[in-house]
Write a protein of this length. Structure first.
Length: 245
């Protein structure tokens, strides 16, 4: 198998894995999502101090029956998005070479761990917002919940991208590369639902507006953080070299 054929086969395998997981999640019950809801709930209990118990066909219910971690809270869509981000980035970086197939399970495991962390943070924030409601520009409770989910998930996605990307002193190159997670996020959160006919739902276009605008605002502080890290690395490297003669 030549390099181009192998690369194409790996790309096909990555996309097939993502589509298979999406298909599975579209029909999975909460009882079938214990592999991700269980660890997420355990971490949520650890961080929030709240206790949850599993109720078949419903999800993990808090002890005060005020909060339910249901199938929609599994974060599988974020798992798919982060897996595609890591795997496709690897394929793009190695598009002229050849590398082992093990990058696929490595990307899957990394995406799974990232999903558990991101999902736990999102649920813990939701628990706090439930106990201490906030008013943001007149947004309703559902809109604030949607805003919080987008900020957490996309923020973690960009952070995951930046920490796995090689440091670059070229700011323009870094900004161009950072478009990659934005494209992946838009495709998985808007492109796939549109292809499935979700545009017929009355609430889809409001959701789409949030998805389009909020990630652009999230990118600004994350890019500023990475630029600062790059600047510090370049400064330390220059200092280590000492003055030129």
């Amino acid at each position: 198998m030549n390099k181009r054929t192998k690369w194409s086969a790996q790309l096909f395998a990555v996309l097939l894995c993502a589509l298979a997981l999406k298909r599975y999640y579209s029909t999975a019950s909460v009882d079938e999502l214990g592999w991700i809801l269980g660890p997420t709930t355990w971490l949520t209990q650890l961080l929030s101090g709240r206790t949850f118990s599993f109720e078949s066909h419903a999800g993990y219910m808090s002890s005060d029956h005020a909060f339910l971690i249901a199938a929609s809270c599994a974060g599988v869509n974020f798992l798919i998005t982060s897996f595609l981000l890591l795997a496709l980035k690897q394929l793009w970086n190695q598009r002229w070479g050849s590398f082992s197939w093990r990058f696929i399970p490595i990307a899957a495991l990394s995406a799974y761990v990232s999903t558990l962390i991101a999902n736990t943070v999102r649920i813990c924030i939701a628990l706090e917002l439930q106990q201490h409601p906030v008013n943001i520009g007149g947004l309703s409770g559902n809109q604030i919940h949607r805003l919080e989910g987008i900020v957490v998930y996309f923020g973690f996605l960009v952070f995951l991208f930046l920490v796995t990307e090689k440091p670059r002193a070229d700011l323009n190159a870094l900004i161009k590369l950072s478009i990659f997670p934005l494209v992946i996020y838009y495709v998985t959160t808007l492109g796939i639902p549109l292809a499935n006919g979700s545009f017929h739902r009355p609430d889809f276009w409001e959701h789409a507006l949030f998805v389009l605008v909020v990630p652009l605002l999230v990118m600004i502080p994350l890019l500023a953080w990475r630029v600062l890290m790059n600047w510090r690395m370049v400064s330390h490297s220059a200092a280590a070299c000492g003055p030129t003669k």
